[in-house]
Design a protein around this ligand. Sequence first.
Ligand code: KG4
Ligand code: ZN
Length: 350
Amino acid sequence: MRVLGIETSCDETGLAIFDTDRGLVAHALHSQVAMHEAYGGVVPELASRDHVRRVVPLAQQVLAEASLSLADLDGIACTQGPGLAGALLVGASVAHALGFALGKPVVGVHHLEGHLLSPLLSEPRPAFPFVALLVSGGHTQFYEVAGVGRYRLLGESQDDAAGEAFDKTAKLLGLGYPGGPALARLAEDGRPGVIRLPRPMHDSGDLDMSFSGLKTAVLTVVRRETAAGTLDPPRKADIAREFQSAVVDVLVGKSLAALAATGHRRLVVAGGVGANRELRARLSAAVADRNGEIFFPDPVFCTDNGAMIALVGALRLASTPRGDGSFSVHPRWELGSLAPPATGGADPAG
Ligand code: KG4
Ligand code: ZN
């Protein structure tokens, strides 16, 4: 089965074709980062308009790359939520128009399910069950994943997501948007342990987290150092290094606790912050120490993309061949409310 996946939930237009026999056969992405940069964040109306411009040419591009025509598709998947309403509507409109014109089924995909299952796009693929750390700009959550569509929330950030804290802290340090990658680069020049920031909820005894206090702690340091005239570039690098260490310490501690609490030995890390090199290195070492296994998506599939939507669309269409038939988007949508596919969501390889 060949499925065209369309991702338009935020500031990336992602198109891809997933073939259940051959795997991912083509993917293409347009990032709107340069367009939103001037505003310091995503402007929803501009995002929707840009998706309108990009989505059809990118669809043509992936079809050409895969040497396929529209008639070769067996179904179409689009991100149905959560995300920006106007942006989601662009992908959903194109998906349903194509489905109607071609007489092919359309399925709406939960964006976070895409992130959670994105490690299945790369080898080696994690077998179920596993613990997933979903760490993006909008979410920082632990799930127990028993199979496709079988997700149990174990704990989550009580306030800012880790990526959001990276972005806000980067702004405080005068770095551009999106701040996560820029802050991570600056941290490489910083000295360890020169500045001390808190590790919020590190020892809370549960799997919940909190990152907004950390950002406020950085604000206090920045104000103090600005007043003292000591906030020079090396000092900013020290702050970036300590901030990144604090986030990584919390995420590593909670990941090990999540594995211990569930008894699972496989950890999957997904979402934009999963591209962070320090997090990848420290988590890999900690999990290996406990004889566990860790899986990351390819860095290109950590951030938003069409491949993860095409993959989940194919998994869902396998058990719902007629698609879900509803033209609607869900800007707010809990992952825990998803029903497993009719077949029970056992093995994605099957
Ligand atoms: O998953 P994603 O593309 O979008 C959603 O939030 O759904 O994640 C984007 C987030 C942003 O907050 C960005 O700053 C962060 O991931 N990010 C990083 C890195 N690369 C992206 N944070 C820290 N280090 C990175 N290397
Ligand atoms: Zn995302």
